[in-house]
Design a protein around this ligand. Structure first.
Ligand SMILES: Cc1cc2nc3c(=O)[nH]c(=O)nc-3n(C[C@H](O)[C@H](O)[C@H](O)COP(=O)(O)OP(=O)(O)OC[C@H]3O[C@@H](n4cnc5c(N)ncnc54)[C@H](O)[C@@H]3O)c2cc1C
Length: 414
């Protein structure tokens, strides 16, 4: 017999966004019942995968048991959503449970589409083909980096937008290049970055600085082309141009190490749901994060339709907005807090320096520190390696919401 259960706030997905929202809710309103649906027993701090792939961070430090992160008082349903019935305020789980809710928060993250690249799934994890994008594949990146020698060819790829962490595909290229430089073999090797985008980075202010970083390593930057096929045994990668002049034309390059950032899309359960927009993402207002057709539904994190960069940093700023909206609705008032599109990307430009790119909607540069943001700094490296992981586990996932302001748009003349 089908079970029907009632939940005051139902959170679907217990990754970065789900745990953060649940934790803030428990702090702000301990009387509000929160249920979280998450199938996985393990939770990963994905931003450190870049460091794992470069051999400067152990994979084990990125992983914690999901049970240890569920905030006290939150009910964890270990399962996965199979369909959404927003007109009936109901989510159906894969095991047939029907969960009724007053308020729904959707944060299922994205799906990695390895199969969209011909030959990739067959060779990933072998033949020098690696990716920092999954805990299953990231350790092999470091294995490949260690195996590089004189004259080897490194090829790093960036998928079409949207995908999580817009800097991750190029961060690993810089870290590999710095490893080769420290071993004294960079000059004999080649490091190439191929991106679907028209520029190295979406925010022009940082793109200029990153072009210089790439040039400093002698790195080839190839824009407007996407990886379409990989032949592992013959170690070749095929790219297709996406610009008007060369659209559809293909070219093939050899590699000794191929780092792939896979195409990404919303999970099928979201695409198939009435919550999705034409692209399959949960269709919410980009400021309130409230669904455009269903007032009691919110989405945040990677699965939301908002046009920000998909990062944990964005979640940090989105989660208090969602909680505020829900608590206001429970009190019968309109929500007042809005999300400004904040995202942050510590671009690891070497093994001891990073550029801390922080920006909001419209590509406006909004640094937290009173320092020129385009400069590679050791302090930013420390923030990436030590500060942000500490902040993630002990502050953000514990539901604390006070963070330094980033309200002022940066101007070089200032
Ligand atoms: C290599 C890499 C580098 C990155 N670097 C950075 C960085 O430097 N800075 C930064 O801020 N961000 C970075 N990120 C991005 C950051 O990790 C994500 O943006 C963030 O984790 C998004 O949180 P989320 O909760 O939306 O998704 P996730 O944390 O991925 O969580 C989604 C959860 O939903 C669950 N789920 C899926 N389907 C269902 C279902 N049907 N029912 C229930 N639950 C479901 C999943 O099991 C998962 O636990 C990086 C990511 C990667 C991969």
């Amino acid at each position: 017999m089908e079970q029907q259960q009632h939940h005051q706030v139902l959170v679907i997905g217990g990754g970065t966004a789900g745990i953060t929202v649940a934790a803030i809710l428990r702090r702000r309103a301990p009387d509000v019942g929160v249920t979280l649906v998450e199938p996985s027993e393990q939770h990963y701090y994905q931003p450190a995968f870049t460091l794992v792939g470069a051999g400067v961070y152990p994979l084990a430090k990125t992983r914690r048991p999901e049970a240890s992160l569920i905030p006290a008082g939150v009910r964890w349903v270990r399962g996965a959503a199979a369909s959404f019935e927003p007109d009936a305020n109901t989510v159906v789980l894969q095991d047939g449970q029907r969960l009724r809710y007053e308020h729904l928060v959707v944060c299922t993250g994205v799906k990695l589409d390895w199969n969209k690249i011909e030959g990739l799934a067959d060779t990933l994890g072998r033949n020098g083909v690696c990716s920092n994008y999954s805990p299953e594949t990231v350790s092999y990146t470091w294995e490949c980096v260690q195996g590089l020698g004189e004259g080897d060819k490194v090829v790093c790829t960036q998928a079409p937008m949207p995908f999580k962490c817009p800097g991750a595909p190029q961060k690993i290229a810089y870290l590999i290049a710095d490893r080769l430089r420290r071993r004294g073999i960079l000059e004999s090797c080649s490091v190439d970055f191929h991106t679907h985008a028209p520029a190295i980075f979406g925010v022009p202010y940082f793109a200029r600085a990153l072009d210089d970083v790439a040039a400093g390593y002698g790195m080839g930057v190839h824009v407007q082309q996407q990886l379409v096929a990989v032949d592992g045994p013959s170690r070749t990668a095929t790219f297709e141009y996406v610009d008007e002049a060369r659209k559809g034309q293909r070219h093939t390059v050899p590699f000794d190490l191929l780092h792939v950032s896979p195409p990404q899309s919303p999970p099928q359960v979201i695409k198939d749901s009435p919550l999705a927009n034409a692209g399959g993402w949960v269709e919410v207002d980009q400021h309130t994060l409230r669904h455009v057709r269903h007032d009691n539904v919110y989405a945040l994190g990677d699965v939301a339709s908002t046009p920000n960069s998909k990062t944990a940093a964005a979640v940090r700023k989105q989660a208090p907005v969602v909680v505020e909206g829900i608590l206001a609705a429970l009190a019968g008032k309109p929500g007042t807090r809005v999300y400004d599109g904040y995202a942050s990307c510590p671009l690891t430009t070497s093994l001891n320096r990073a550029i801390l790119a922080e920006f909001i909607y419209g590509g406006k540069v909004t640094p937290t520190l009173p320092l020129k943001p385009s400069k590679q700094r050791w302090i930013n490296w420390w923030i990436k390696l030590t500060g942000l992981p500490l902040m993630y586990w002990h502050y953000m996932l514990k539901g604390h919401v006070r963070f330094p302001a980033h309200d002022t748009e940066y101007s070089e003349a200032a």
